[in-house]
Design a binder for this molecule. Structure first.
Ligand code: SAM
Length: 321
């Protein structure tokens, strides 16, 4: 569901009739969550009158508004509203002087991408699994034409809408859709970011094929995924959870993910980065007070998850449609 879908004119190949049908379905689904939505909407509306003059998406901290732009009473109200969107998974943000220390130091992932980032200027981009929009704002710094954030979870959707009501970036658009809806956007995107998604898909290869169809010929895909160490092209398939996370299916080695991309039809596929996970990068904070990485790993053997599987790496790959 997009609440102002006039940007569809920028996506001439999108299946607009089917999009509207799915939006109607989403609205129906959301009606059953009425109370939760009302709370999220009210939270977002309670701070939507704050319009930021100072924006800075160039650094680690996504900055929307400076402290001196609002009164201390407004800042207190803002802080309370932003706490209402907890848990904050991706960040950091600074919103009119309220510093949000999210579970993930997402700036580190962005820093790893920067050396291999395609030119985003003037491009039509999809960020799949866009969460609260941290990376959409970082992309905005590079002057894209449009960034569509695919994020089916209402909590993240409203967190992004609250942030962007204050930031006023009209070329950043949230869609309450998932990766499975990309088929509605054939030959549409110049660049797709697929980060933190593939290991949650029952069929990662089918998913990659769908992603490829949504790219314009010659378009770029950036994939980031949880992975296991090793040079063999194999994937771990956990019995139930992996690092306590339900809904985790195939956790590949970098080589395996590379093969998936090649067999899904991508060209010039490269593994551009691989690193071990750490509780420096993903941790419990004052803005995310649930379990985090340290709780997912065997306290004695840090090379194993709590279930006894190899501990996760993260890998980054690039390919062209
Ligand atoms: C592991 S997080 C990754 C977030 C971000 N892309 C990153 O790399 O840090 C997965 C995100 O995908 C969202 N998500 C869940 N199901 C999805 C689906 N079917 N399609 C797209 N995104 C989905 C989640 O709500 C969450 O925001």
């Amino acid at each position: 569901m997009n609440f102002h879908s006039d940007y569809y004119s920028l996506l001439p190949h999108a299946d607009q009739a089917e999009l509207r049908r799915r939006q109607a379905h989403t609205i129906k689904r959301l009606t059953s969550l009425k109370k939760g939505i009302r709370r999220l909407r009210e939270l977002a509306e309670s701070i939507s009158h704050l319009s930021a003059r100072h924006l800075d998406f160039s650094g680690d901290v996504v900055t929307i508004g400076a402290a001196h732009e609002i009164s201390s009473a407004e800042q207190a109200q803002l802080s309370t509203a932003l706490r209402g969107f907890m848990p904050w998974r991706k960040g950091p943000f600074s919103i009119f002087g309220v510093d949000i220390d999210a579970e993930w130091r997402s700036n580190r992932k962005w820093d790893r991408l920067l050396p291999v980032l395609p030119d985003l200027t003037g491009k039509v981009i999809a960020d799949v699994g866009s969460n609260n929009g941290y990376y959409m704002f970082r992309m905005a710094h590079h002057k894209p034409r449009l960034v569509v954030g695919f994020e089916p979870y209402i909590h993240h959707h409203f967190a992004f809408r609250a942030l962007n009501a204050m930031a006023g970036c009209r070329h950043l658009e949230p869609e309450l859709l998932g990766v499975e809806d990309l088929g509605l956007f054939p030959d549409t995107f110049d660049i797709i970011f697929l980060m933190g998604i593939l290991y949650h898909r029952i069929s990662p290869l089918e998913c990659l094929k769908e992603v490829k169809k949504a790219l314009r010929p010659g378009g770029s895909l950036i994939v980031e995924s949880q992975a296991i160490a090793g040079d063999e092209p194999v994937a771990l398939f956990p019995e139930d959870r992996y690092a306590k996370v339900p809904g985790t299916y195939f956790v590949p080695t970098g080589a395996c993910l590379r093969n998936w991309m090649v067999r899904a039809g991508f060209q010039d596929v490269e593994i551009v980065c691989s690193h071990a996970m750490s509780s420096e990068e993903q941790r419990r904070t004052a803005w995310m007070d649930f379990e985090s990485y340290a709780d997912f790993i065997d306290p004695v053997n840090r090379q194993r998850t709590i279930e006894g599987y190899p501990a996760p790496l993260r890998v980054f790959l690039k390919g062209m449609a």
